[in-house]
Design a protein around this ligand. Structure first.
Ligand code: FAD
Length: 209
């Protein structure tokens, strides 16, 4: 399921009656919140947000400009900055601790973990290690917090059994799983022959050293 920019229902939400943040990218989330809250917010609050927007804007030029088009009570700027995307502090506790994951930061962080686990998986795993990895992947596919994503992942797994036989096999399998999502989201496909350079060894040109 393409969750980018979609309008996930409360069916997948952690909180009854609220949209699923982990199924929604940050900009769409802010748009949704704007349309849900816009009617009830006072003009004063809008002004406060605008003024914090201007404060943030000094440091957030890139993020803010890339966020044009998203609105929160008519504020088109810093309310749309995702600290997980930019590492740019917002204000208050968000600046200190960040905010809950959206579909993009959750996806990025998850792939980082999955590809890295595959990178460090043994070349010749024991029977127990193979069983544990299979179990991990099955459980991951049940609890991945974006439920529509998890459902598609489980469907794909029905025809593509995890290859837990070796480091190379597992890395390729995760690469193909990731490419399946890339395909769905119409993103470029990754060349899976490069997966160990990307996630284990660093690029041969030395740019990660
Ligand atoms: P990401 O796709 O997160 O990639 C991060 C980095 O991984 C890239 O910069 C690149 O260097 C590397 N990379 C890219 N492709 C590969 C590959 N094939 N193999 C190895 N490395 C690669 N989002 C949705 O909107 N809908 C979904 O249905 C959905 N399903 C998901 C299912 C799972 C199991 C997971 C973990 C995530 C899913 N996501 C889904 C999130 C989505 O895949 C992206 O993580 C998110 O859109 C952010 O994308 P990104 O462009 O920042 O880079």
């Amino acid at each position: 399921m393409d969750t980018q920019g979609s309008d996930p229902t409360s069916l997948f939400s952690a909180q009854p009656g609220k949209p699923c943040r982990a199924c929604t990218d940050f900009r769409s989330w802010m748009k949704q919140q704007g349309s849900l809250q816009g009617a009830s917010k006072s003009g004063k609050e809008g002004e406060e947000k605008n003024s914090s927007s201007q404060n943030n804007q000094k440091d957030n030029t890139n993020a803010s400009s890339s966020a044009s088009g998203s609105t929160l009570n008519g504020n088109v700027k810093s309310a749309t900055v995702d600290p997980d995307d930019t590492d740019v502090p917002l204000t208050g506790n968000a600046a200190k601790y960040g905010c809950p994951a959206d579909s993009l930061s959750l996806g990025r962080g998850s792939w980082r973990l999955l590809h890295s686990m595959a990178a460090y998986y043994p070349e010749k795993p024991s029977a127990d290690q193979q069983k544990d990895m299979s179990t991990f992947i099955t459980i991951f596919s049940k609890f991945y917090p974006c439920q529509p994503c998890a459902e598609d992942f489980r469907d794909w797994m029905k025809k593509n059994t995890p290859d837990v036989s070796s480091q190379k096999g597992l890395s390729r399998w995760f690469c193909e799983a990731h490419n399946e999502v890339n395909r769905k989201l119409e993103k470029p496909l990754f060349d899976c022959s490069l997966v160990n350079e990307r996630w284990r060894d660093g690029w041969k040109d030395g740019s990660c050293d």
